[in-house]
Design a protein around this ligand. Structure first.
Ligand code: V47
Ligand code: SF4
Length: 379
């Protein structure tokens, strides 16, 4: 076997990655030590090529995007995570709460009817479950073709505490009101020592994973994330990826993994060595290789920048997220990307890399041009 995954095996042997390349080729699970070797490898392009081979084996050159709209309903939050530039205390200047009518008005402003609506916010002390039920059912009525991907596991845990009911009950109530998916936020880094320093009041790793397992059992797909480039070590990143794939083995409902590079501005965390562009690409590539049971890896252009997201499509990522339209969490922390891309800009970004754009829905089902045309006629 001199050729492996379209690349010369000798290249990997020379780098000490021969066994890993053979395992990737055979679709076998990599160990944590092998993950380490990928982080340590002096040739980041070799690691990227392996991840690209895996991404190509899964998806060919198809590259996904979604016409979506993000809405942040409040930045008032009782958790006060050290890394968060978005959060405000109740009553503090700059704090906001959207009403249901405000949220729907913003959603209807979008130039194309979104197929995915991503709604998240802070853990507000006074917003009760009845508000979120009304929000979901009003949005679903206004946009019947949109999948509602709303509320991180951290918000679900918060709603459960406010109502004095279980997280499973909260998920069931929200599902009945139209919830289709949970987004992947709130995972941050699972390692307890780092979690204690960056987000001590937030749900623990165990609680976050349990809630995703409960959502999967109720038939709700979910996404997962990793916030990296702050106080965590490489071991912590690998531990995080390992916990995600272990959960996926058990409950199988993760659709997409989103690596989130830490944006450093307006944050209480001072990072000694900020991430380089290659650190970001390597982490995306290793994630693709470790997460053998999660189908998609997203290059979230909002946090990565548009050009880095394009590069990530050759380091294991197969999705660009979407049009977004309004983003606060990353931008209040210094993200320099725009807040909106049009559908044709997303297509051009993908075609510009020699890849094939595929419009998808929230669960990655491709949307045909015909389906899109008839949705537009009905709108
Ligand atoms: O959980 C907060 C992160 C997340 C910063 O599921 C920061 O499809 C970087 O989860 N620098 C929310 N990241 C965003 C998120 C997401 C985004 C897009 C798509 C999906 C999906 C999920 O943003 C938070 C936190 O990890 N975050 N502050 C920061 N300074
Ligand atoms: Fe609140 Fe989320 Fe910010 Fe933490 S990251 S303070 S939970 S809004």
């Amino acid at each position: 076997m001199s050729k492996i995954l379209g690349h010369d095996l000798k290249r990997y042997e020379a780098l000490g990655l021969g066994a890993i390349a053979r395992k990737v080729h055979a679709g076998e699970r990599l160990s944590l030590a092998e993950g380490h070797a990928l982080f340590d490898c002096t040739d980041v392009t070799a690691v990227g090529a392996l991840a690209h081979a895996r991404r190509t084996a899964l998806h060919g050159d198809r590259t996904f995007y979604v016409v979506n709209r993000h809405i942040n309903y409040t930045n008032v939050c009782i958790n006060g995570c050290a890394f968060c530039a978005y959060q405000r205390e109740k009553g503090q200047d700059g704090g906001f709460e959207l009403s249901v009518a405000d949220a729907v008005e913003r959603l209807l402003e979008a130039p194309l009817p979104p197929r995915e609506v991503h709604i998240v916010g802070g853990c507000h002390p006074d917003l009760h479950l009845s508000f979120f039920v009304e929000l979901l059912s009003t949005v679903q009525n206004a946009l019947p073709d949109a999948a509602l991907k709303c509320f991180t596991a951290v918000e679900i845990a918060h709603f459960a505490r406010l109502e004095g009911i279980s997280t499973r009950e909260v998920l069931q109530v929200l599902k009945n009101a139209g919830l289709a998916m949970l987004p992947g936020g709130g995972a941050e880094i699972f390692a307890p020592e780092v979690r204690r320093r960056i987000c001590p009041k937030k749900s623990s790793a165990e609680e976050w994973l349990r809630i995703h397992g409960e959502a999967h059992a109720l038939g709700l797909a979910t996404n997962c994330t990793m916030l990296f480039g702050h106080l965590e070590s490489i071991d912590d990143r690998l531990d995080h990826l390992d916990r995600l794939r272990t959960q996926q083995d058990k409950t199988g409902g993760f659709t997409c993994f989103i690596p989130l590079p830490f944006q450093t501005e307006n944050s209480a965390i001072k990072v000694e060595r900020p991430l380089t562009g290659l650190d970001e690409l390597r982490t995306i590539a290793v994630s693709r290789l470790m997460l053998d049971n999660i189908p998609h890896v997203k290059a979230y252009w909002v946090m990565l920048t548009v050009k880095q997201a394009q590069a990530a499509l050759f380091f294991g990522a197969d999705d660009l997220d979407g049009t977004v339209v309004e983003e606060k969490i990353g931008h209040m922390a210094g993200a320099t990307s725009r807040q909106e891309l049009t559908k044709s800009q997303l297509q051009d970004m993908i075609r510009g890399m020699g890849l094939t754009p595929v419009e998808r829905d929230a669960r990655f089902k491709p949307i045909s041009d015909e389906e899109r045309r008839s949705a537009l006629q009905e709108a």
